[in-house]
Design a protein around this ligand. Structure first.
Ligand SMILES: [Zn+2]
Length: 69
């Protein structure tokens, strides 16, 4: 399974975090949207959603491959 890439338009960097959010106007309270994000864009994506007053949280992306040493 390959690593997800960043959800920012035009960015092809590997994601290292998940931006977890929900639109209260269209999503049920147990619904969660997940945006993978690279380190350069995790703040951008979180702020983009926070500016719309969506509940948003950032979680580390679980690594499914060991880091090269
Ligand atoms: Zn990115």
């Amino acid at each position: 399974m390959s690593a997800p890439t960043c959800a920012r338009a035009g960015c092809t960097a590997a994601a290292t975090a998940l931006v977890v959010w929900r639109n209260p106007r269209i999503h049920a309270t147990d619904r969660r949207k997940l945006w993978p994000a690279c380190p350069a864009h995790v703040d951008y994506l979180r702020d983009f959603l926070a500016a719309r007053r969506f509940p948003v949280a950032v979680e580390p992306l679980p690594a499914d491959e060991p880091e090269p040493r």
